[in-house]
Write a protein that binds this ligand. Sequence first.
Ligand code: FMN
Length: 183
Amino acid sequence: MKQDVALDQAKWLVEPGCVLLVTGGTMDKANVMTVSWQTPIHTANPCMVLLVMNQRRYTYELIKQNNELVINVPDESLLEQTHFVGTVSGRNADKFKAAGLTPTPASVVKCPLIAECAGHLECRITNTFTIGTHDLVLCQVIHASAEEEYFDGAWIAERFHTLHYMQATQYGVLDRRITVGPQ
Ligand SMILES: Cc1cc2nc3c(=O)[nH]c(=O)nc-3n(C[C@H](O)[C@H](O)[C@H](O)COP(=O)(O)O)c2cc1C
């Protein structure tokens, strides 16, 4: 069961710089792409995440129609799907179907979230800044949810192995949480 995550904790869903699946559009017409250029930039009031998107991405075109998107967090079990939706465009194909990912209504925004992912940040775009071929897309998180089995205020890395892009066809996985300082 997924539980709501307080917005002042939501940034911990993406804090480790994990690879993300970003969805845009509506339940009738949606698309998904892989994003690794991401960073939280403000913890709370508001919680903000910055994404970097090439202006040619079809997903970004759909996102701009209503300025909403969902950031979904996949794990190691979705490696093939994550790479696939990051290397094929959905302009002429249904990538959800091809990848076996299930679009599901989100809580607040119009675009779907991905049922197979364990964490979701529902966002509204507040600003964009163009740098050549890419836009810096400033997203305000307006709702967040995560699988309670895998997230207790931070990802339980032993159970949920986030993906981290290394290069080309190589990814790393985060599978251990360690503690620093006196216990
Ligand atoms: C691991 C990985 C990370 C990626 N990160 C980004 C990114 O941060 N920004 C971006 O614009 N494209 C990124 N891409 C490329 C897009 O996901 C890719 O071009 C995708 O096919 C776009 O699909 P669309 O045209 O259906 O939107 C990444 C691809 C991979 C495989």
